[in-house]
Design a protein around this ligand. Structure first.
Ligand code: C2E
Ligand code: MG
Ligand code: MG
Ligand code: MG
Length: 286
């Protein structure tokens, strides 16, 4: 009994420590948002054959004064559970639209939107205002959502997605294939784009049936009239396979890493001069 009690006290104190750490992170987030410590990086997306840039995904980072640069996985969950993703997400949307309006050419910007933001009645109004303030045409904005958005409240999700669609923005389903939603949702929601999760892309040429799964998703997209992007393309073999299987767009470290705005602007200039081409040698797909 004594030992059991000691174990309980151990777990209890560990849990208290976790709760306290979470609270500190939430306080830090609140302070960081007020102090404007967040910034966006952009990861280019390409047409796979020509390797011309078609757009970029905005990815948030935190320039923390003590901890340095923090990845979204270190703070997005706490931002979601505390509700701070609402002000942070609004800042991300406004900043991405503003910055994309300054890019050369009519590239698309993709913004990740959390399920928590989807529960917020103001989302459509915020997106409309962000576009108007930036002077960005709606068809240059793509909103990425994960299946979590659809699972929580399918009817509400449907209303929100239709409202957003009416603004003229495009809608992408992110991390496709990793959640638990039934595939039939693709019929019920107005998605323009499927993003194949990088887990499936990394299985191409690595695991038995890896390529077959990607081909099945490409076939599904094709049958439903939904374009497909592959994320997490890391080697030329994967790219060759995706080209061969008619994937619409590709994104991944092989082609370009996420970059802060000044580097991304330079990248676009070089890409337009054609210097980014011919760097990647694509082998013939087997
Ligand atoms: P995601 O939306 O699926 O974004 C793709 C992630 O894969 C990014 O990680 C990107 O840097 C990484 N990535 C891209 N190409 C490759 C590759 O070739 N190999 C590997 N190993 N990774 C690659 P990041 O920036 O750490 O973001 C992680 C997740 O955090 C995102 O996944 C998204 O769910 C979330 N997130 C990022 N920015 C935002 C944001 O502004 N708002 C919200 N709500 N969530 C965000
Ligand atoms: Mg994404
Ligand atoms: Mg993804
Ligand atoms: Mg992800």
């Amino acid at each position: 009994k004594q030992g059991g009690r000691g174990t309980f006290q151990f777990y209890a104190s560990e849990m208290n420590e976790r709760v306290a750490a979470h609270r500190r992170l939430v306080d830090e987030l609140r302070r960081g948002i007020a102090a404007d410590e967040f910034f966006l990086e952009y990861q280019p997306r390409f047409e796979p054959r020509s390797l011309s840039v078609v757009g970029a995904e905005a990815l948030v980072r935190w320039a923390h004064p003590e901890k340095g640069r923090m990845a979204p996985c270190a703070f997005i969950p706490a931002a979601e559970s505390s509700g701070l993703i609402l002000p942070l997400g609004e800042w991300i949307m406004r900043t991405a639209c503003m910055q994309a309006a300054s890019w050369d050419g009519d590239l698309r910007v993709s913004v990740n939107v959390s399920p928590v933001q989807f529960r917020d009645r103001n989302l459509t109004a915020i997106v409309a205002d962000a576009l108007a303030q930036a002077g960005l045409p709606a068809d240059r904005l793509e909103i990425e959502v994960t299946e979590g958005v659809l699972l929580e409240d399918p009817e509400r999700a449907q209303v929100m997605l239709r409202e957003l669609k009416e603004l003229g923005v495009s809608l992408a389903i992110d991390d496709f294939g990793t959640g638990y939603a039934s595939l039939s949702y693709l019929r019920n929601y107005p998605f323009d784009m499927i993003k194949i999760d990088r887990q499936f892309v990394s299985d191409i040429g690595e695991r038995e049936g890896g390529r077959a799964i990607v081909q099945a998703i490409l076939g599904l997209g094709n049958a439903m009239g939904i374009a497909v992007t592959a994320e997490g393309v890391e080697n030329a073999g994967q790219l060759a396979s995706l080209i061969n299987d008619q994937c619409r767009e590709v994104q991944g470290y092989l082609l370009a890493r996420p970059m802060a705005l000044p580097q991304f602007a330079e990248f676009l200039v070089r890409a337009q001069q054609g210097e980014e081409e011919s760097e990647i040698i694509v082998p013939a797909a087997g």
